[in-house]
Structure formats: C-alpha cells, structure tokens
Design a protein around this ligand. Structure first.
Ligand SMILES: Nc1nc2c(ncn2[C@@H]2O[C@H](COP(=O)(O)OP(=O)(O)OP(=O)(O)O)[C@@H](O)[C@H]2O)c(=O)[nH]1
Ligand SMILES: [Mg+2]
Length: 407
C-alpha cells in the first residue's frame, strides 16, 4: 500500500490474556494475528504484554500490576496506541484509556479500522461506515474526550473522526441514512444478480490472506488485487469462467477472520449475498498456516451465520509449496508428537481423508495441481448445470479427452 511507505508507523503495544480456555500457545497465535492486523492498519508493534487470569477485571480488563507495567512502558517509549485482543466494554475502554493516557483499541476496533481504510468503492465504504456507527453508538458517551490529542490514525478513521463529539441522535440518524442508502444499492445489485440468469455460481470463501484472489486470478485470467496483507479484498468481484466448454460465474469476496465483528457481518450482508446465493463453495485454506484448522472453524462459523453451511463445498488446501512440518526428533522422549509435526501426506490421512474427492491440495502461486483442481470444479459445476438444464446436451462431448490432454 502506498500510504504505508509515506506515513510514519504508529507505535503500538498489544495486550492479550492467557486463560483456562486459551492457553499460552493459542494466545501467542492470536497475538501474532493481532500484530499482522496492526501492521495492516499502519501500526508498529513495539511490545506484547500477556497476563494469566481466569476472569478479566470488569473495570480495567487486566490487573492493576500489569496495567502499571504497560503504563510505564508506554510512557517511556511514547507509545500512542494500546491494542487489546479481546473485546472491551465501553467502560473498560474508557477506564484503561484514562490510566494509560493513550488511545485504546480492541480487535473489533482494529478490524473496523482496516475495513475503513481499505474500502474503495462507495458501496463498501457505506457498509463499513454503517458497521462503525453501530459499533460507536453504545460507546459514544465521553469517548476520548479526556484525550487532548485527537489526531486520527488507527481506530480514528471513518465516521469516528467527525462524530465522536456529537450526540447519539446524530449517529442514529446517520445509521438510518446509511441503511437506506445500502437498501437502494442492494436493490440494484439484486437486479444485477438476477440479470446473470441461471448460470451456475461458484464462490471462493475462506480466511483472510489464504490466496482466494490469487486463485481467482489463476483460473479466470483476471487481475484481482492480491497481496500479503489482511483484507486485501473488500469488494466482490464476479468473473465468468469457462473450463472446457462449461461457463460459470466465479465470485471472489471478502475474507473472514476470527471474531469478525458482528456489525461487519451484518452490514456486509449484501456482499455476502454472493456467498449465500452460490451453488458451490470453494473453501480455500492456507495449509501452511500453523493455525489453519482453527481458521476453518472460524470460516464455518461465519458461513453458519449467513445460512450457508449446507452448500456443496470443495475444500481447497492452498500454499502446499509453503507447507513445512515442525521438525520432530525421534529420540526426543519429552516432546509429544502432534499434528504440527505431520507431513502433508499424513495430513491427507486425517479427517481430510473423509472429505475424500472434495479435498484438493494446490499451490495457486506455483500453479501446482491446478489442472486437477479445474477438473474437480468442472465435474461439480457440470453436475449442477445438468440438473438445472436437463435438455442442454452441448456439454457432454470431448471434455474428458481434453482434460486428459492438458494434464
Ligand atoms: N507460498 C504461497 N503463497 C501464496 C499462494 N497463494 C497465494 N499466496 C500469497 O498469499 C498472499 C495472500 O493472497 P491473496 O490472494 O491476496 O489472499 P486472499 O485470500 O484473497 O486475501 P484477502 O482478500 O485479504 O482475504 C499473497 O501474498 C499471495 O502471493 C500459494 O499457493 N503459495
Ligand atoms: Mg482477496
């Protein structure tokens, strides 16, 4: 991103907790992701703080001793932003901000901010603005007022910049306005979708940064923006793809993430309609990510929230070129061998085996197994197509031969 190079990175610290449900390892992975999010938003993480606790402190989330430690660090290093991995209540945010004397954000805040920063079309911007207003409304009272520096930056982009000081009524009016605006666009989009006729619709879904757009570019020869940042894609791109003689529509859309703010899921409803109305889902997974199984769970959860759990789905395990098992020493009797030590072949024999022909292993970057992938998508789309157009025989000839040729 151009901005990134031009602006100075904001200094930030991260704060997470280790609980009974969330062990040290997980906490580390969540903070890794939070750091990636912070970087995407234009921040530079100087330090991470974690605290072991069973129950968060209702007033300040973490305990007073830890808070003191954070405060000392922030003062000494002139840190402007403290980012919590967990959702803070409005009161907690206020209290902590008073103690630390800097901007305090939580994960939701950060994600909303990135969306605000990355939304380019007016439609995406309207959706993000709505989500931000919904998030802001219950938090309005006294927010930031004790801070002198209201200079913008992470967490302050979008409607927050202008509306923080104004009262709830204005935000409520704004919400109504944005909703009306979205409704109008929704109608236009529904018409657009209707115009596409009965063509089979396939949607790429998956966690953010797994390679959906890269895969889209590979099989549709299109040029969708892809990069190693979270939420590179916010809008939906639909391309007509033809494999052999079979045309279908392929959709690339926004990636999911753990704890995707509900306000966003709701306001991105129509962007996600593309997924809801798809005939077939290609669930792309970054198998080189140590946490990929949890990513799958997060994605499935969001698919459930948008009533799309029962769709025919092909699991596409991407980035096999980058997959590396953690080294395991057979003579080491202390370390337990876990799935992190599995080779790719061992993985294929786990639950993935039960997914059967609907589990594919590819590298979109190196174009590995793309032909197998295309063939599988072809078969599936053809099946749907045939049920939809029972009298359309043009599809049958040649394709097997052709595919074999190309492999
Ligand atoms: N090593 C490797 N990297 C890949 C592969 N496919 C994609 N990538 C990289 O992964 C990063 C993310 O790719 P995108 O295609 O933008 O991912 P996305 O799922 O569309 O991400 P969002 O739109 O942000 O949700 C980019 O840096 C790609 O170059 C692959 O097969 N192997
Ligand atoms: Mg993308």
């Amino acid at each position: 991103m151009i901005e990134k190079k031009d602006i100075e990175l904001e200094k930030a610290v991260l704060i997470g907790v280790v609980t009974r449900e969330q062990n040290e390892e997980q906490s580390k992975e969540y903070l890794d992701e939070l750091e990636f999010l912070t970087y995407t938003a234009g921040g530079d993480v100087l330090k991470r703080f974690t605290q072991k606790m069973d129950m968060p402190n209702p007033k300040t989330f973490i305990g007073s001793g830890k808070m003191q430690e954070v405060q000392n660090y922030i003062e000494e290093h002139e840190v402007g932003t403290a980012i919590f991995d967990d959702e803070l209540s409005a009161a907690q945010e206020r209290n902590i901000s008073k103690i630390l004397g800097c901007k305090v954000l939580d994960r939701t805040n950060l994600i909303l901010d990135i969306f605000a920063q990355r939304a380019t079309t007016s439609y995406a911007r309207t959706q993000v603005e709505l989500a931000q207003c919904e998030y802001l409304l219950p938090r309005l009272k006294g927010m930031w007022t004790h801070l002198e520096r209201q200079k913008g930056g992470i967490g302050m982009r979008g409607p927050g910049e202008t509306e923080i000081e104004t009262d709830r009524r204005i935000v409520r009016d704004k919400i109504a306005l944005l909703k009306a605006k979205i409704k109008t666009i929704d109608k236009q989009m529904a018409v657009q979708r209707g115009n596409r006729g009965k063509m089979v619709r396939v949607a790429l879904v998956g966690y953010t940064n797994v390679g959906k757009s890269t895969l889209m570019n590979v099989i549709s020869k299109s040029d969708v923006f892809a990069e190693n940042k979270l939420f590179a894609t916010l809008d939906t791109t639909v391309r007509k793809v033809v494999i052999q003689n079979l045309p279908f529509l392929l959709t690339d859309t926004v990636g999911f993430i753990r704890k995707l703010p509900t306000q966003l899921v709701e306001s991105f409803k129509s962007t996600l309609d593309e997924v809801r109305e798809a005939d077939l889902l290609l669930h792309v997974v970054d198998i080189s990510h140590p946490n990929f199984e949890e990513h799958i769970e997060s994605v499935n959860k969001i698919l459930g929230e948008i009533d799309s759990s029962d769709k025919p789905t092909i699991m596409v395990f991407n980035k096999i070129d980058a997959y590396k098992a953690e080294p395991f020493d057979e003579d080491d009797l202390i370390t337990e061998r876990t799935s992190s030590h599995y080779s790719l072949d061992e993985w294929k024999n786990t639950w993935m085996n039960r997914v059967g022909k609907n589990a594919l292993f590819i590298s979109a970057l190196n174009k590995k197994n793309i032909d197998t992938f295309k063939k599988r998508v072809y078969d599936e789309v053809r099946e749907i197509h045939v049920t939809r157009f029972p009298y359309n025989h043009f599809l049958y000839p040649d394709y097997t031969e052709d595919i074999e040729d190309s492999e």
